[in-house]
Design a protein around this ligand. Structure first.
Ligand SMILES: N[C@@H](CCC(=O)N[C@@H](CS)C(=O)NCC(=O)O)C(=O)O
Length: 215
């Protein structure tokens, strides 16, 4: 079976889908699309959204559908129940972290922004709903203080660097995707258990963090 996962490197939904391949050692080719490529995704799934999984010429969208599909091969690895406290934390953190993440992702040397047009497309689309990136940079110190406080709250919820609830669950996909996005923000302080978790999960899932391009 030939599998290709179409992604953007910055995209947290894509990270969730990428993780299941790494955690289960299922062979896959990652193909990073240009951010302004509208035709490619529309041809595959009828809308301009990634991740998209192609299996022998058949296409599937929706990150968590892809996760469930791949986890069903052989023995599932996402076996622990979710902890509602993690979802509640993610809900609170997501609103703030996007305002730190998006302007920094837009400036980073990521493959989906390999052309000037692709980067401009991303900036236009994201500024429409997140606000002007320059203004978001100006708010950086306040936003960093808020996220630092949330990361301190998260630390005691992490049961092990191997899995937030002790054994792998879908919480690990949602949480790692969020924390990986935050590694692009220079000046945040990851408390010890959060730092150990994000680094170990990156190893287990075979996904690079964004700290090399942090700003
Ligand atoms: N519900 C979808 C959401 C996917 C999604 O929002 N993907 C974003 C990238 S993070 C996207 O492709 N947006 C269109 C764009 O960036 O132009 C999923 O979980 O797969």
């Amino acid at each position: 079976m030939n599998r290709t996962l179409y992604i953007y490197d910055h995209c947290p939904f894509c990270v969730k889908a990428e993780m299941i391949f790494g955690l289960k050692d299922v062979p896959v080719t990652f193909e990073i699309l240009l951010n302004d490529d509208e035709e490619g995704p529309k041809r595959m799934v009828g809308k301009k959204l990634v991740p998209i999984l192609e299996e022998d010429g058949r296409f599937m969208g929706e990150s968590m559908d892809i996760v469930a599909h791949i986890d069903a091969i052989g023995s599932p690895v996402l076996t622990a129940p979710e902890n509602p406290q993690i979802a509640a934390w993610l809900e609170r953190c997501g609103k703030i972290s996007n305002r730190l993440f998006l302007p920094r992702a837009a400036a980073a040397p990521l493959p989906e922004f390999a052309t000037t047009r692709a980067r401009a497309y991303f900036i236009r689309n994201k500024e429409k709903w997140a606000g002007a990136f320059f203004d978001l940079f100006e708010q950086g110190p306040d936003l960093i203080r808020e996220v630092d406080a949330l990361l301190v709250e998260l630390a005691p919820m992490i049961q092990s660097p191997e899995a937030v609830n002790g054994t792998l669950s879908t919480d690990d996909l949602h949480l790692f995707a969020q924390l990986r996005s935050l590694t692009i923000v220079a000046g945040l302080t990851f408390p010890g258990p959060v730092d150990a978790y994000v680094r170990r999960m990156a190893e287990r899932a075979k996904i690079d963090l964004l700290d090399q391009v942090a700003a």
